[in-house]
Design a protein around this ligand. Sequence first.
Ligand SMILES: [Cu+2]
Length: 209
Amino acid sequence: MHDHMYSYKKIIILIVFFAGFASSSDMRESAIEERTKPAGSICLKGDGCGISSAGPGYKVNPLATMTSTPVEVSSNKIALSEGPEHEVKMLNSGADGIMVFEPAVIKISKGDTVNFVATDMSHNSASLDGMIPAGANSWNGALSQDISITFTEEGVYVYQCTPHAMMAMVGVIQVGEAVNLDAVKAEASQKKSIFVSNTDRLDEYLSRL
Ligand SMILES: [Cu+2]
């Protein structure tokens, strides 16, 4: 009877001990995780990446899958957008994937204006050197700010969002005839080397012209 009581108490003590040990070790692990986690992260091609639309910056979500946007084999060329004013949204997520301009490819007439709208924060619109027609003015919008550009020179213009250039957050505007398309395509093959995700996006955009 005495031995029985003793074992019973011993088991209770052991249970209490291990329960305490387990919870303190969990707490220790989460404290270490908190201290050692990086302040930000870069999502590389092939990693599972997800974007939080809740606010600025982005988070890696291992459950989300992100691969390069598939190249659409389509003969559908972009149609002329009617009217003198056009809107391009700067988005964390859109029909073409994450970190996108929408519409990313637009065809307008000489003298038209494009209003870049900061729908989501932490994006900008900046023209790319060597990827606009000769004699055209470059532009460089501020982060999270709307910017309006009037296009007075014919040709193809490629622009980017500076903080998301590596994620191929780029857009294409054709004004009138695509007089410099070959030069832009040649530059695009160089520009691609900086993309770590959505590596075929720019080629796909240019194929719509
Ligand atoms: Cu951006």
